[in-house]
Design a binder for this molecule. Structure first.
Ligand code: B12
Ligand code: SF4
Length: 497
């Protein structure tokens, strides 16, 4: 039997664990499997150990993204190897694919699925069950005779032909209602993933090494049919599209909008500004009318030179970011702009100047469209080998952790949350400046996606922070941080969008 594990990623608002559920779909009906969701278990290790102690399980499949999931993925995998050495441990997900060396060096992870596992996982199980070689299975990374072997990449799959996600079986382990939470979008929000990859090659992005500018989406009708079935069975009234880039194809988005428009469903997704700026007015109006209230955009920076280095496809500019925030006002769509501050520069002064420039730029965006939601990340390198930016990162002396356990040391944990990037060119005073500004900004413009903040709290936050925001005084915003502790208001940059 196969134990599939989704390590804890979120302290509240658990979402349907699509990564591990799609892996489950790939073997459903072929192999017996169980799922353990760390987001919904008080003590996931106990649950895992109880299953393994039956002696019926030979495989442990774990999905791993960077950040908090490592805190369970790493120690649990290690313990499993110690206690149940015959269990084969298989990791997949963005962390696994991008940091494969340190994972395989640990000695307790046997196989890494590099990108989509829909064909790879059943093939791997078949090979292991029948003592067949695995080297000809695509999308795998293994360690053999001291060498890391990456097998060939598979063509992207036709998502309309993949098996349906086994929602009913998931429901038997964990009631689906627990995953359909209240958000800014609705009372029963579905997390849905409708495409693989992304056609762009931004040099800071973890999607690039895995998908190499490839993208494939499920058809609009296929998405609609899935959503409609979930609406009828589970009263879904909102969707978060978890695609890296939901809006790649205007035709698909418009088709989906036309299909969903009478279903009374509010929806959200992630996009690029330059892609969507090419959308016709008519298309933007159709998607708003169909329920798309807010869209997440990687604005990254207002600095055109840095945008070029980031390889955003070459068409996004600071002027376009501002103009597009204005354009969306007309359609009543809220832009959620994410910025990446602290990219490498030629010297300390340049890095600092870029940060100051971005802070001023963010204020300009807010002045043009105050409804724009701002998310600020600090740049954390991902191994986009071959990109100029990554080369600069290596030249600076930056190194990823040398052992798998180092990834869960407190310093690296913050790195993953893009809070403390441990990058030599960012100095502590720069981090402080970014965080202080963010605190003041989030108080002066509290996020509307925080459903716990009432009008009085919003008013008080604004009142307290106004002088700082207007006069550019961001240092030691202690009074605002105190309110943050008292009211625990939402920080999208920490919680993942
Ligand atoms: C949902 C999500 C979350 C959820 C987690 C939900 C959960 N699992 O419980 C939340 C919101 C909590 C979250 C948080 C974070 N996330 Co997140 N998240 C995603 C998102 C949008 C979707 C994941 C998903 O469901 N994909 C759908 C499935 C079907 O695709 P998949 O994961 O690729 O799975 C396939 C293969 O990878 C493989 N596979 C995956 N796992 C396994 C396991 C086995 C055993 C096998 C065989 C195969 C396999 O097979 C699957 C099917 O083909 C992705 C982006 C994306 N589009 O994937 C980002 C993403 C994974 N997150 C990312 C990051 C960085 C974070 C954060 C660490 C930082 C941040 N601020 O966003 C935070 C951590 C904060 C926290 N408190 O945890 C990055 C990772 C980047 C990187 N450097 O590697 C991504 C790629 C977004 C991005 N483009 O930057 N996230
Ligand atoms: S557009 Fe977004 S998902 Fe695509 S490569 Fe750039 S940052 Fe990554």
């Amino acid at each position: 039997m196969i134990l599939l594990f989704n390590p804890r990623a979120s302290n509240h608002k658990p979402r349907i664990p699509n990564s591990i559920l799609q892996v489950a779909a790939s073997i459903n009906g072929q192999y017996d499997w169980v799922i353990v969701d760390g987001n919904l278990e008080a003590d996931p290790w106990k649950k895992i150990n109880d299953y393994l102690a039956t002696g019926k399980f030979n495989y442990f499949g774990c999905t791993v993204m960077p950040g908090p999931q490592l805190k369970q993925a790493i120690p649990y995998s290690k313990k499993i190897k110690e206690l149940y050495s015959y269990v084969k441990i298989i990791w997949g997900g963005y962390f696994a694919s991008n940091q494969y060396k340190v994972i395989l060096d640990s000695g307790y992870v046997n196989y890494i699925v590099n990108g989509p596992g829909d064909n790879t996982f059943p093939k791997l199980l078949n090979a292991l069950e029948n003592n067949l070689p695995v080297n000809d299975i695509k999308n795998l990374i293994i360690h053999e005779n001291g060498q890391y072997i990456k097998t060939a990449k598979e063509e992207l799959l036709d998502l309309d032909k993949l098996p349906d996600l086994p929602y009913d079986k998931l429901n038997a382990f964990y009631p689906l209602s627990k995953y359909l939470g209240k958000t800014y979008l609705g009372t029963r929000t579905l997390a849905y993933h409708s495409s693989f990859g992304c056609p762009f090659t931004c040099s800071f992005c973890a999607v690039v090494p895995i998908y190499n500018a490839r993208w494939k989406g499920k058809s609009a009708l296929g998405i609609y049919n899935d959503v409609k079935a979930l609406k009828e069975k589970h009263n879904v009234d909102a969707i978060e599209f978890h695609d890296n880039n939901f809006f790649v194809s205007e035709k698909r988005v418009v088709e989906f909008s036309n299909l969903i428009k009478n279903e009374n469903i509010v929806w959200w997704g992630e996009a690029r500004i330059d892609t969507m700026d090419k959308y016709k007015d008519e298309s933007l109006a159709i998607l708003r009318a169909s329920g798309c209230k807010m869209i997440f955009f990687g604005a990254e920076t207002g600095n055109d030179e840095v945008l070029k280095k980031m390889d955003k496809g070459g068409t996004q500019t600071g002027a376009q970011i501002l103009q597009f925030a204005e354009r969306l006002k007309k359609f009543d769509i809220i832009p959620e702009y994410s910025f990446v501050l602290g990219t490498p520069g030629d010297n300390e002064e340049e890095v600092n100047k870029q940060i100051d420039g971005d802070i001023e730029f963010i204020k300009k965006v807010k002045a043009i469209n105050p409804n724009t939601e701002i998310i600020i990340y600090t740049y954390s390198p991902v191994p986009t080998e071959g990109s100029d930016m990554y080369q600069k990162v290596l030249d600076s002396g930056f190194k990823f952790p040398e052992t798998l356990e180092d990834w869960i040391s407190p310093a690296w944990e913050n790195f993953d949350l893009r809070k403390n990037p441990l990058t030599p060119w960012i100095k502590p005073y720069m981090i402080d400046k970014i965080r202080n500004f963010e605190t003041v900004l989030n108080a002066y413009y509290p996020t509307i996606s925080d459903i716990k903040l009432n009008k009085t709290k919003v008013f008080l936050l604004k009142l307290m922070s106004a002088w700082r925001y207007k006069f550019h005084v961001y240092v030691f915003p202690k009074e605002i941080r105190l309110l943050h502790v008292l009211w625990k208001y939402r920080q999208p940059e920490k919680e993942g969008f």
